[in-house]
Design a protein. Sequence first.
Length: 274
Amino acid sequence: MSHSLSPDLALPLRDAIGTEHRPAAGEVRIVSLVPSLTELVCDLGLADRLVGRTGFCVHPRSVLKLVPKVGGTKDVKIDAVRELAPTHLIVNIDENRRETVEELAAFVPNVIVTHPCTPTDNITLYRLFGGVFQCAARAEQLVTVLEGALAEAQAVARELPREEVLYLIWRAPWMTVTRETYISATLAAVGWDTLPAEAGARYPEVDWQAPWMGRATRVFLSSEPYRFDETHLDEVKALSGRPVAMIDGEMASWYGSRAIDGMRYLAALRRRLR
């Protein structure tokens, strides 16, 4: 069943903390502190409204090299943002510090707080941005394409038996993700359930001797945030006793418009590794 709605029905436009936003009027100046959402802003045709971004906002490279940097996702340069005089600030609950956002909210009129937890949540995200920045038609095009990618992922999940996997994001100490994370939700969409099933932290350290390790069918080494590469394959295989494969971290962890290619990538990877 399609999720598509007429752009007229997109109101009210509420963000992740319930703040209601109105369609932007007059000059729009956007600062994005979220790499994947900076990419979404550009894919919605709003690159010319983007006046600031973090150093981690790298896609699309040809466009963003002309956009000023305002620090990182966690260490934002407040004065640099102030000088850009943004009308809108895009932030994320997991990626940006609350105290930083509150400081910026003192002089940025509109702060859009995001928190997609599953790939499907991107549909609401597209429509929120489409409504706020008055590009609803383009947002609906992205919704349609994402629905197709989600359907492809669901088909793979139905076609193949579910598997439990370990997804590594860091080394020294070894760290993974729990099922409450967006990464875990993207993998689950194609039939890969991350281990451990429960943990006290969202990004727990890995105990290679844990009882649940025996249930893992394979281990993934993500390309980010730690830069795992093929030189780590033998090391992890020796520790885990399981098949080990590289995985593109952007495809598994970036929401926004990257989720479209991400779902297709994971569906193809699931089929290739079966």
